[in-house]
Design a protein around this ligand. Structure first.
Ligand SMILES: Nc1ncnc2c1ncn2[C@@H]1O[C@H](COP(=O)(O)OP(=O)(O)OP(=O)(O)O)[C@@H](O)[C@H]1O
Ligand SMILES: [Mg+2]
Length: 230
């Protein structure tokens, strides 16, 4: 159960940027679950993947999963590449310059067209993955302000280190996550109680556990995101 003091209706300005400690950590899983919860709560949602590499089968892409979570047709990313590699390499080969402004402009365009209550934007790769020769995903978070910035951490042995490293590095570039999401990929890690241990440290952003609906009531998730936006 997540303790929140009050709740007001969500407004149209809710933008949630989901990144993670790396690739394959459950960003799409958490984003899709969150979109489903917000949609079920009556919010019109938009699920966006501005940059997607390894994009070979559109029906099995992250863009498709996010669209399904938010119940709208797939929105083709601003930049795609069939090769599963770092966005900055794919962009360099395609002779495309990816930067925060380009991503923010695309997100703003999609948002203006759909007029949603909530937008969930999933990054390509982890928080410090390069998307351009001098642009990292953390720069995209800043380009998408104002936003609620969620860092997904795979909940397993070593997760405390992963979470602390990422938050420390994010603080060093002056954009700490607003929320850590510990994603339980493997049932065997449940006994580590990583979410509880991180919460006990006291110096970190709030920590939530995924799968969201397994560990939290849907209404608490909605209230949490409302609270973080303020
Ligand atoms: N909590 C979970 N329980 C079970 N399976 C999960 C969970 N989280 C993620 N997975 C599975 O793990 C795999 C990787 O997850 P996902 O695609 O969400 O990662 P990602 O961070 O979005 O990866 P990418 O960097 O490629 O975008 C997927 O097959 C997904 O279904
Ligand atoms: Mg993904």
């Amino acid at each position: 159960m997540i303790a929140m003091s009050h709740q007001k209706p969500l407004s149209s300005s809710l933008r949630i940027v989901i990144t993670g400690t790396g690739t394959g950590v459950g960003k799409t899983f958490v984003s899709t679950e969150l979109l489903g919860i917000l949609t079920e709560a009556g919010l019109k949602c938009l699920g966006l993947k501005p940059i997607e590499t390894g994009f070979t089968e559109p029906d099995r892409s992250d863009a498709e999963a996010l669209a399904r979570g938010a119940r709208h047709p797939r929105l083709t990313p601003a930049f795609t590449s069939p090769v599963p590699e770092s966005p900055h390499r794919a962009a360099r080969r395609a002779e495309v310059a990816l930067d925060g402004q380009k991503v923010a402009d695309w997100v703003a365009l999609q948002t203006a067209a759909a007029a949603p209550d909530a937008v969930v934007v999933e990054s390509a790769g982890g928080l410090f993955t390069p998307v351009g020769d001098s642009v990292l995903n953390v720069d995209l978070v800043r380009a998408l302000e104002p936003c609620t910035f969620v860092l997904v951490v795979p909940d397993r042995l070593g997760a405390l280190n992963d979470a602390l490293c990422s938050v420390t590095a994010a603080r060093a570039v002056h954009r700490a996550p607003d929320l850590l999401c510990m994603n339980l990929l493997d049932e065997g890690s449940v006994g580590l109680e990583n979410t509880r241990e991180l919460s006990r440290l006291g110096t970190l952003p709030p920590v939530i556990q995924a799968p969201l609906l397994r560990f939290n009531a849907a209404r608490d998730v909605v209230r949490l995101f409302h609270h973080l936006r303020q």
